[in-house]
Structure formats: C-alpha cells, structure tokens
Write a protein that binds this ligand. Structure first.
Ligand SMILES: [Zn+2]
Length: 265
C-alpha cells in the first residue's frame, strides 16, 4: 500500500481537558446520528482523556447516539477497567477495539466505529479495495487496510491484530462487520468517516450499475491526495454548528468554540 496520510496534527478542536473531550465526543455522537450512522445501542466512538496516555471516554451502553451528552460517557483505562471506581457499563466489544487502537497509536485522539448499511455491505465483499472512482475515494486508494472477522470482539487477544492491520493508516475495514476511522480528535475521526462512507456508497452504486468504470488516472490521484489533509476543521465548523443549534445545551458550550479564531482562520 501507499504511504499513510500524515494528518495527525493538533487543531483548535483538539480537547485540552476532560470537559472539552466530553463535549467534543458527545457532539460527534450527535453528528453521527444526524448522518444516520447509528445501529441502535451498538457501535461506539472514543476520545482519549487529555493529559493522560492510558484513559479514554466511550459511550455508556444503551445510550443511543442521538441522545448522547457529555455526562453520558464513561471513563476507562486502556484495558477497559473503569477509572475512579464503579461506572455504568460500556459495550465490551467496544472496549476491546478502542483500547487496542488507542494503545497502538499514541498520536490518535479518537476512534470512530460504525455499522452503516453501505459499510457492512462493503465489508462483506471478497475484494474490499477502494477504487479511485471519485475525488472522495482517492484519499483511501491504496491506503485501505482490512481486518479479518474473528467474531464479536470480546477477546483481548484480538487487540494486537487490530493494531497490526490498522498500521499507520486512518481507516480500517472490519470484514463482515463495519468501518473504523481514527483522528486526532472526534471531529477529525468524523471527517475521515464521512469521506470513507461516501466513497463506499459511490463505489457500491457504480458497481451495481453494471456499466464500465472510469477510474481517475495516476497523475490526478497523486495531486488530489496532496489536497486532503488540510480542511477537516472547515468541514467540522458547520457540523458542530448543526449539533449545537439542534440542542440548546450544546449551543452555549459549542458555538463560541466553533468560531474560528483569527490565528486559526
Ligand atoms: Zn461493531
């Protein structure tokens, strides 16, 4: 595969304390719900607790994406054990997956996992290579690792294989299961998932058409790839505003944060 994209850089959306991480992560759950990337009480998104290298936040089991709030999140160590005593339960498979990825990639601040129809359908195909069919999909062309299905991820022994299969990349196809993306913060992981999900939807639609395909040529794929790392903050600005405007509890906290500062604009 080609070299991994180098986009794990701090941004103004990178949380600097636990309260900001909770707000960012809860907003990311709400944003995923707006996109329809939900599966009842399944799937999960995590965010590392700033200032620690062994703690992260994840959804309380049973709280659905559209109702997630900063205090709906539980705080656990990388091995899945609760921080600070008893807490509501999290999804056991989520703890296996997120703990392994965050342990294996110290520069990653957030991991996002989905069970969308397109993502699961694509994950069930023999060939899960993303083709350079559109501007969106070029980002993942030749940078599309996959992880074999091992059953529901309850065995911590799967962790090293998840780490190895993800490698330095920003996404992973979980075969017969779904999709996974990583980012420097939840908004970043959301952004990667947005383009991955759309790339997969388009590829499936193009293949279902039965017509001959016309992939983007090598010169253009290289040029397009170089333009990708820089605009996720611009995308997240609008997504965050949508989340904030849909819930007054988010509006007060999030709108000021999502306004670009002069230095960052
Ligand atoms: Zn899953």
């Amino acid at each position: 595969m080609s070299a991994a994209i180098d986009n794990m850089k701090p941004s103004r959306y990178t949380p600097t304390n636990e309260a900001e991480a909770r707000l960012q992560l809860a907003a990311c759950y709400r944003a995923c719900a707006m996109e329809g990337w939900t599966d009842l009480s399944s799937t999960h998104i995590s965010a590392r607790v700033p200032g620690t290298d062994d703690q992260y936040l994840i959804n309380e089991l049973g709280v659905h994406f559209h109702e997630m709030r900063p205090d709906s999140l539980v705080k656990v160590y990388l091995d899945g054990s609760p921080v600070g005593g008893a807490q509501p339960p999290a999804n056991p498979a989520g703890l296996t997956i997120h703990g392994a990825i965050l342990q294996g990639r110290p520069e990653v601040g957030s991991v996002l996992h989905t069970h969308t129809v397109a993502g699961m359908a694509f994950s069930a195909l023999k060939d899960v290579e993303i083709k350079p069919l559109t501007q969106h999909s070029v980002r993942f062309y030749n940078r599309c690792p996959a992880h074999e299905y091992e059953g529901i991820a309850l065995d911590v022994d799967e962790g090293p294989r998840l780490q190895k299969d993800l490698g330095p990349y920003e996404m992973l196809i979980l075969r017969n299961h779904g999709l996974l993306t990583v980012g420097v913060n939840p908004g970043h992981a959301f952004n990667v998932m947005y383009y991955l999900e759309k790339s997969i939807q388009v590829q499936l639609a193009a293949e279902q058409s039965g017509a001959a395909q016309n992939p983007i040529g090598a010169e253009s794929t290289a040029q397009l790839f170089e333009t990708y790392p820089n605009f996720y903050e611009r995308d997240w600005d609008g997504v965050a505003r949508s989340v904030a405007l849909a819930d007054a509890a988010f509006e007060e906290a999030y709108i000021p944060w999502s306004e670009p500062t002069e230095a960052a604009a």
